[in-house]
Design a protein around this ligand. Structure first.
Ligand SMILES: Cc1ncc(COP(=O)(O)O)c(C=O)c1O
Length: 378
């Protein structure tokens, strides 16, 4: 059985919606983007949404619209996809990494306040793997210290933290719709906010700095970060199907939890009482039977057995260009590094059957056993 790491959930409805746009002759800047924006704003509990070409471009625009620039520091997590820190570098500001909480895998709340200094202007907070833990507290910390909170919720679409929708925290949130995400538009992203001026600013920035005047009048330095009508048409249908999509993901996560709860090799993600995870990926952590290096062996063995897996995530601060830019060394964020060398993502997609999950778990167990036996015999 060949089981991929992820797979988009596209039905005939999405396909028909794309065909309809293709026949309409309006392929960009049309009614589908607006309708998709409204659908996402509703799910995120926000007044405004601005469709953009990717989660990364959305984060970039949020940094600009929040007025972050050279000399500013922005607090963020080292345990994420690189875009959550790259957006800070895009505006020539400095990422100030704070270590993570081993339970939520999100930024460690106890360390955030200590990291705030005179140059700190903002926090980019991530719901890692869709885990919503800590958002309400981060919002309070940001308010108390007059910092802009940007929620990088690229991995959390449809989830809730403290009974509030993911995307509703801080000045603005950014979703990403790459094909491995809860909903996809192929490529795409969305900024959500309650701040009308912030939304207007982002709308202008995504459209070459135009501001509603003539097509060739440019108010400010802008970008082409527009989202197409075709992508938006897919997104509208995905939003209409969101309850069904999230239910499927909860079902698959529950299958894994049931089968791995008493597993002797891996530690499962833990959720707080008020948190409703919107499952992005299913990431497990190898326990202390394993040593550094073993995880990569387990990944190799799983792949040899045609099980899709990956090392989500290598620490951002140790990526070569980040080390060059910021001078970080191994040991700077020990929890992140410890977790990072032990985590692996298992296959996770809406149409996974119980038999597929059984096969993944049986293969994972066999691979873990093999790696441990091999090491002991060395
Ligand atoms: C936490 C996080 N931030 C940002 C992004 C960037 O999104 P995109 O790939 O749409 O640019 C991703 C996507 O993988 C992500 O997981």
């Amino acid at each position: 059985m060949n089981i991929p790491l992820s797979k988009p959930d596209i039905t005939e409805r999405e396909i028909e919606a794309v065909v309809e746009v293709m026949r309409s002759e309006v392929l960009s800047i049309g009614p589908k983007v607006e309708a998709f924006e409204q659908a996402v704003a509703k799910i995120a509990g926000r007044q405004h949404a601005v469709g953009v070409s990717s989660g990364t471009s959305g984060l970039h625009l949020c940094m600009i619209a929040a007025g972050i620039g050279p000399g500013d520091e922005v607090i963020t997590t080292p345990f994420s996809f690189v875009a959550s820190a790259n957006c800070i570098l895009f505006v020539n500001a400095t990422p100030k990494f704070v270590d993570i909480d081993a339970r939520t895998l999100n930024i460690d709340l106890d360390q955030v306040e200590a990291a705030i200094g005179p140059r700190t202007k903002a926090i980019v907070a991530v719901e890692t793997f869709g885990h919503p833990g800590g958002m309400i507290e981060l919002e309070q910390i940001a308010q108390k210290n007059e910092l802009v909170l940007i929620e990088d919720c690229c991995e959390g679409f449809g989830g809730q933290a403290s009974k509030r929708p993911i995307g509703s925290f801080g000045r603005a949130g950014v979703f990403g719709f790459y094909p491995n995400k809860q909903i996809t538009t192929g490529e795409g992203g969305m900024i959500v906010t309650d701040d009308e001026r912030f939304a207007d600013h982002c709308r202008s920035l995504r459209n070459q700095g135009r501001s509603g005047m003539s097509w060739l009048a440019h108010q400010r330095l802008g970008y082409n970060y527009r989202l197409t009508e075709i992508a938006s048409a897919i997104g509208i249908v995905q939003c209409e199907r969101i309850d069904e999509i999230l239910a499927q993901r909860r079902r698959v996560a529950a299958l894994y939890v049931e089968r791995l709860m008493l597993n002797k090799y891996v530690i499962l993600p833990t959720l707080g009482e008020d948190d409703h995870c919107s499952w992005f990926v299913f990431v497990v952590r190898l326990n202390d039977l394993f040593e550094p290096g073993d995880r990569d062996e387990v990944i190799r063995e799983l792949r040899l057995n045609q099980i899709g897996t990956n090392n989500y995530f290598p620490p951002i601060h140790l990526q070569p260009y980040m080390r060059d830019a910021l001078g970080h060394q191994p040991g700077d964020f020990p929890i992140c590094e410890y977790v990072s060398e032990r985590t692996l993502a298992l296959p996770f997609f809406n149409t996974m059957t119980p038999a597929m999950v059984d096969h993944v778990v049986a293969t994972l167990n066999a691979c873990c056993e093999k790696v441990l036996t091999k090491r002991k015999s060395r």
